[in-house]
Structures are given as structure tokens and as C-alpha cells.
Design a protein around this ligand. Sequence first.
Ligand code: JCQ
Length: 234
Amino acid sequence: MRFDVLTLHPDMVMAPLSTSMIGRARDAGLLEVAAHDIRDHATDRWKTVDDTPYGGGAGMVMKVDIVAAAIEAVRTDASRVLLTSPAGRPITQADCIRWSKLEHVVIVTGHYEGIDARIESLVDEEVSLGDFVLTGGEIAAIAIVDAVGRLVPGVLGNADSAADESFSQGLLEYPQYTRPREFRGMEVPEVLVSGHHGRIAVWREERSRERTRERRPDLWEAWLARTVGDPIVD
Ligand code: JCQ
């Protein structure tokens, strides 16, 4: 799978995607990631990429002709083009799974007060990480490449397959512990050292549901609605 990120800061995008699991997956040829400087498509001698907003107001707006040229330099008929913006639809794990099955994802990152709205005619999906504002879309693009890239077969180690983690069942993960057995008076739950695999599985399922109900009532209600009639639910 290939990602092309269009940005004013290609080094910022590439640095975190050159280490750790995504860096290793690229070395192994499982993923291709490239970042392209939108400024390379500026047409004047000052390499201008933004301009003042029609109608007045503070800040600058990225020029649609320059960003369009950057998109058209990398996109093919098989590409899915994403635009990261606080005005986009908040993404979920389901979106990441869907994108992980594609050959080519292009991510356009915005800056300043935004991009000329006519860019929407050139993108397939306008997406957000959540209800907060970044200085630029780079961190959102990095997060998307990381979350999608790790779902490509072979990228995750066999040990931590994406199948049995938070969200794969729609519930939060159960709490994990490792040594020491006691830390500042806090003990590891007895069941986890019992060696009783059946009781451990039941305890983990209960903690997973309890955590989800307490911390994420939205996910809990969705899980309950999906699980009605399932004989396993209590
Ligand atoms: C992305 N969640 C927040 C800031 C305008 C395209 O227009 C803009 C983009 C940004 C940067 O992205 C975010 C963001 N997901 O802030 C302003």
C-alpha cells in the first residue's frame, strides 16, 4: 500500500513515519510513504501558497490552484484523496480498516485558516481526528498513516494482531499487568496469577465491559444494541 502526503512540511511528516513499526514496514517493502512539498507547485517567484480571504478577515487561505496542482501530480484513477481538517467527519477504526484495503491513499494537509473551499471538488473525504484544532494537518496525516498502515497484513507482529484489540469487538481493552506483583501497595489481581485460563478470560471480558460502560457510554450503548439476542451477554 502507498501513501502520498501533500504538505508544507514534508520533513515533519516523514520523521515519525521513518522509525518504529511503520519505518520497519517501509524497509520491508510492505508500505510506501512519501511526503511532497505543496510549495513546489507555486507558480510565482516568491513561491506563494496562500492569499488573503475574499470578504476580508484575519489570516490567510491556501490557494486552490496550487493545492490542486499538488494533488494532480500524485493522484491516479485508483487513488482515494483525503483532506484533514477540523471541519471534517471524525474518523473511526472502521474508516482505518476500509482505507487499509486500498492501493493508494493521498492525504492533503491544510494550514492557516484553511484551504479555499473549492478544494472539496477534488477530494473524496474530508476527515478530522477529533474536536480540536492543530496548527496544521501534518499530525493528523501522520496519525492516519500510522493507524491505517498498521492494519496492512504483515505490518504488525503476529504477537499483536489487530484482530484482538480495543475496538475490534467495539469494547475497550481489559487492564494489563506485568511484574512486580505488588507496586506501592497495589496488587496484581489474584486471578491473573492463578493459572486458570478460563477464569482469566471471564475476568478480562468483565473488566473490558465495565471499563467501556464507565468510560465510553457511547461505545457501550452501541455494543449493547449490536449484541441484543446474543446468548453470551449478561
Ligand atoms: C485535523 N482534527 C483537527 C487547521 C484548517 C484544512 O483546513 C485546516 C486544517 C487544519 C489542521 O487540521 C486540524 C485537524 N483533524 O486541525 C485549520
